[in-house]
Design a protein around this ligand. Sequence first.
Ligand SMILES: CC(=O)SCCNC(=O)CCNC(=O)[C@H](O)C(C)(C)COP(=O)(O)OP(=O)(O)OC[C@H]1O[C@@H](n2cnc3c(N)ncnc32)[C@H](O)[C@@H]1OP(=O)(O)O
Length: 425
Amino acid sequence: MTQNTDATRPAWTVRGTDRDEYPEVLRVVGEALLIGEDLDAITERMRPLHDAAGYDRVLVAVEGEGPAEEVVGSTNHFPFEMALPGGPRAVAGVTGVGVWPTHRRRGVLSALMRRQLADIHASGGRYAALWASEGAIYGRFGYGPAVTEVETSVQRQYAGLRPDAPRDPALVVRLADPGRVRDDLARVHREVAAAQIGQFRREEHWWDKFLRDKPDARDGRSPRLAAVVSGPDGPLGYALYRTLNKWEDDGSGGEVHVEEVAATAPAAWTALYEHLFNRDLTSRISFAFLAQDNPLRHLVVDRDRVVPKLYTSLWMRLVDVRGALSERSYAAPVEAVVEVSDRYAPWNAGRWRIGADRGGARVEPTQDAPDVSLDVSHLGAAHLGQTSLTGYLRAGLITEHVPGAVAGLDAALHRVDAPFCGRIF
Ligand SMILES: CC(=O)SCCNC(=O)CCNC(=O)[C@H](O)C(C)(C)COP(=O)(O)OP(=O)(O)OC[C@H]1O[C@@H](n2cnc3c(N)ncnc32)[C@H](O)[C@@H]1OP(=O)(O)O
């Protein structure tokens, strides 16, 4: 149990919770996040995820004792299997973080984070990941920005695909209610998620959540649609989207809003984009989440009409530096001593000798002089192979004791494929 030791403030402690107390947790987190929804509605929405995952990973900070006890903050994590460099791994998907507005900036979150990391570590966890509401929050807790994704839109008049985009006349696109083609969606996603770094295996309760479609949450848009592209051997891709019925003085101005698009074959991407770009009465097609290397900008006639807006999705945290670096895959051989600082998970702090090549890695504690000194958040940022350590070096945030050591680490950690999560959890 973590105790606030500042005698000038009311004491609060960190402890676990249970199913009965959960609505109270949601009340606090919902208010902190400005959810603006009735508590019953939030509870109804969130219950199934927790009933499936259990309540034992939810932590609360409470103030007072007995009947006067009140929840003033909370954090939670879901058990995910996520594709990481090296293969699918158990990752703690941290979410539901909030502190009651009158109790902010007193160290409540810091205590919750410290306890949560200790709990994940004690249960053998090596990684945590989250989507941050604000980029300023999680660096201090050892999380680094590991995935940059793209939001974009294209005017229909410029949404033409190249004549040489791969097309397969054997492919068929079917438009349906997502519930009717859920097995097809799951089949495609299973294949994509197994290989794409940053995706987590989507269990049934997560499909339930992502396919929920309450009319009051549509923001004036249509019910969700699923376009599924299939070949003779089954589904090869899908797009989940909504339309918006809109009219301007000079005619139809409808919109297509794509929530998720996934495919396992080049011609399937073409078929899906042709479907999305050819809805009558529309003038704009938007994409909420795309990987940075999604084929879209290669397939359109004029890539500059598809302007990417970048955002950070996953923040990664190496909960067990040695374990995580030992089981990672490497793109190039590397031999380096890395000195790690870690305020919130002290078992990671110290010097680690990393010896790795394409066949595997050894990571051992050492007292040898370091080649590089950095914070654990930098390792988390670089772990998925997209964020470079060189950027931090240029910014003066990590120290290179041996010239070229950071470049050597970057070459080894690099991935040619862009990581992508695409779903806020
Ligand atoms: C994965 C997710 O769930 S993301 C959702 C996160 N939740 C939200 O955004 C909801 C609204 N915000 C909140 O509930 C709270 O402000 C929280 C959870 C972000 C922070 O909780 P607090 O208890 O105030 O944090 P705590 O007091 O432990 O702060 C620790 C340090 O982080 C800093 N900090 C905390 N939040 C922020 C922020 N939003 N921006 C910048 N700095 C911050 C504090 O200033 C403090 O710095 P210091 O150690 O130099 O003094």
